[in-house]
Design a protein. Sequence first.
Lengths: 316, 350
Amino acid sequence: MALVDIQNLHVKFHVGHDTVYALRGVYLQVERGARTAIVGESGSGKTVTATSMLRLLPPTARITEGRILFQGADLLALSENELRPIRGSQICMVFQNASAALNPLYPVGQQIADVYRQHNGGNKREAWQRAVEVLAATGIPHPEDRARNYPFEYSGGMAQRAMIAMALVCSPQLLIADEPTSGLDVTIQVQVLDLIQEVVEKLDATLMLITHDIGLVSAVCDRVAVMYAGTVMETGSVSQVLGRPANPYTIRLLECFASTSGEKMPFIPGRVPDLREQWQGCSFAERCPRAQDICGREAPAVREVETGHYSACHFS
Amino acid sequence: MKADDVLVISNASKVFTMRRRSLKRVSMTAVDDVSLTVRRAETVGLVGESGSGKSTLGRAILRLLDLDGGRILFEGREIQGLNERVFRPLRAKIQMVFQNPVTSFNPTMTIGQTLVDAMRLSRHRTLKQKEQRALALLDQMELDERFATLYPYEMSGGQLQRVALARALAPEPHFIFLDEPTAALDMSIRGQIINLLLDLQRQSSLSFIFVSHDLRVIRYIADRIYVMYLGQVVETGTKHAVFESPHHPYTRALLAATLIGQGGRDEVRRAEMLTGEVTQRAHDFAGCKLYGRCRYATERCAREPQVLRAVAQDHWARCWRAEELARSGWLVKGSAANEEPLSGFRQVAV
């Protein structure tokens, strides 16, 4: 049984008078111990998928259909009270902008200690001690002093380390990292990625890495799911998807990443479809060089192109 | 100053003074003795992380702030200290494209109005001519006429960034400062902006400074590269020199970081990584500013400030061990036999 099994997930947002159909039937499985990347561009639904799992979507969003099975139990069917012990202690999330994810009014160590006490109990002294320990474990220099600092006194890289420390204190089974390195300097990005890998290894946890940067995928993950306009276009092992891409979208996206020289820099003409609209066919049809009549009419079924490698395309 | 130099910055420096919580004044050198030249029809890539002084330099070129020292010659003319009235005609010649296309537009003006407004300084044009030019520019950016009637919120980031480029071109500039123009765009459409810039340059011999930390993009567009760290130029040279034979430890770390996960030997690249982060102390450190993060640092680096010196023809680096590092091989070229890119990267590139 997969640790996470997302089935036919539909999410829409109500923005003013418009309805934005953000997820349009997402299927995704994450095996225990796997390191799965969810890759996609802005608006593809990768972050919405992750936040749905913790039911942390903004109030304008509604999950209209689907199931999210975590260890066999449907997270969407749980009450808020039943979900609370799972959030944080079993599924932990590291957010994109760590400085904004921390509470500006409390010292960082205090926030980590609170999380520890919420999930493990224990007295304040013990919790504080533990907070200092995890800060030290994530490589923050002078952790005793740093624990007493407020988030504004942390640099972006350190705030991200503190977020990871918070995950460490809960020993979750699943760690979701949502663009953990965007906004950080390139040289710091490498450090944060290394730390995430180290933590996942230490906790023997499963990792879901959400990113738009394909470069990170092969450095960190063993499985990858490519998303576009609210659906999963292709899944498989990293060597399958990056090495033998089957879906036209993946192929074009990799072209944009791979080329380093030439007369013209490759790009995908056209634009992402308007998510306020609903359509029949394949969401990539308008920009796809291989598109035929059928692509505009019928949504492609997911087919297995080789063992463990799936693509949603009429022609792959 | 040579005839084809459009912009010559010499020994620029800028110190900001801040008041800390303790009410003590703390000064920070944002730009430290930077010299930089942009020739006609050339793209200079400016690379560096946050705090490296790229934006301060940009603001000085656009006369949005005054330097504390140094000169900025634009087409042979000193622009430092010019008052706004005298400088205004030059503003048309020096344009800028900002990082975030969404916030750099007036939300209450249509695209057409924005473009016409950008030609405010072109007194010789009638309104009709300005409107025609606006449409022609949109067409050049591969946007059709109906975009002129749209408001910024009705467009995608990629489309808006093309309009931003059209707006910069409207007053017929000679030089455009491009401040991370592709950073906010999705990977799949970055190429479109880059290709437009390359075309423009071929057609009208424009000069660019292209600021980015995306070395892949820089590799496409730049002719020469300046790598900055904490206000100083640490390495500069032709694109070929800097990419194929990086001499400074910081440049090597940056290149290695972008190559991790691209197939091949990541251990070699990891060996080039910097440790730690930029600290406040590093700004005013007497020795090399990279000391404390650099894995090649010795006791001499802590003592001696480093100077930018020629390491090869048209190639300068600010490190006394530069030649030694360069000789020790480079992670991309040096281990060619082991550098098998993921097959897909090669396949799809064909």
